[in-house]
Structures are given as C-alpha cells and as structure tokens.
Design a protein around this ligand. Sequence first.
Ligand SMILES: [Fe+2]
Length: 243
Amino acid sequence: MRDPVPFLDTNAMPWAKPGPPGIYSKLLSRDPETGERTALNRLQPEEGMNPPGAAHYHHTTEELLIVKGRMSFDSQVWLTPQSYCFHPPETVHGFKSAVPEESWFLSRVGQELDFNFVEEPVQLSPYYVCSEPPARGVVYHAEPAVGVWEEIENAQRFVLSLDPDTGEGSVLLRTKPGWTSGADGEALTRFEEVFVLEGALSCTDENAYTDGCYNFNPPGAQRRSLTCTDAALLYFTVGPEDT
Ligand SMILES: [Fe+2]
C-alpha cells in the first residue's frame, strides 16, 4: 500500500534525472511492493529525449494527464494541457509518438512499467492483445474543456475514465466557492489523490493548495478536507471500492 502524502508542493521539489537524456521526474507517491506510482514527468526533446520509436504495450495501466507542452502517440491526436489518456494493460499504442517541445505530464502506472514492442502492429490505432477486452477501456480525451461537464454541488465534473466494476477512476473538477472534498476527519474507504492544476484551495491541514500541489491518502487515512474559496481546477482520482 502507498503511504499517505499529506501535502506536497511539487514546485518546490527538485527534478530527478532517472537516466536517458531529456527525461526528468518528480516522484509524488509510490507503493514499494508493487511499483504503483504517480509521478510528474518533464520531457526535453532538445536535450536528445526521444519517445519510444515503435508501438508497444505494458502489462499494467498507464494514465497520463498533460500539464504543459504537447505530445502525441500517433502524430494525429495531440495531447495538450488537460488532455488525458488511459491505456489499460495490454493495449498497443505509440504508433508514431512525438514530443516536439518541452512537455510535462502526470503519469500514473499500476506497477513497474515494462515495455513490449510490437514491430508490426495490426492497425494504427490502439488495440488490445489481452484475451478479453478490459472493463475499463482505452480512453483519449484530447480536449476535455469543450466536452460535456456534469453539474454537481459547487462544481462541474468531467469524468475522464472510470472502472465500472470497482469505481476506480479519475475526473477533472472545476470547483466553485463552497466546494469541499468531503467530511473532515472521515476515514477513507478507498484512496483519494488530488493534484491542483489551477486556482487555490484551503485545507484543514492548514496548507494552501495552489497549482502544482498534491496529496495522496490511502484507505483508512482520515480525510483532511479541502475547501474551494475562489475557483480551481483539480485532477482527482479515487481508488477501487474494495481496497
Ligand atoms: Fe506507453
């Protein structure tokens, strides 16, 4: 299980340079047993960073939210700030990947990422090589801002991807004054993970959450309630119901 990350201002963290040129990372939370983790990544193509040169799949989930710049897995659909994609395990993707400029993205993976290259993909759009199509399917949202947002109490919600069996999933939230993340002190039955993309919120942990601030609370942790005082845009993820 991942440890709680009560408050993290990612702006104050140094970039780690894990190895290949032009790739930088800030690790936000990680399960040491499974390798499940959330990280903020930065790609600098002018430093020699090259995206994977061939289509590939992983044996775990890969979930991306773009924070800055632009990138593509096929050089047709371009992912720009607030764009999102979810690749279930064993989804072939990356047919003609491109990163033309400095790009930042939040990356969530379900375990250590393995690369399985497919030199001759059977089609040039994502497809599954697993025996059964996954319940939580592949998703690309290039422009959530112009999609259909659901009105909820003191906020608008755009569902990015949701597992119909477990309830695990991610949403974008445009919060308004009065929005709150839930009852303070409540014991969580599943993990909650928040990354602030824009705006500011106050929290009962007495930290001010502005853009780039993050927290992760595992099941069993007590929620420290976030409250929106002006307006904010959040990337919010919840874990499966049964953990
Ligand atoms: Fe990938």
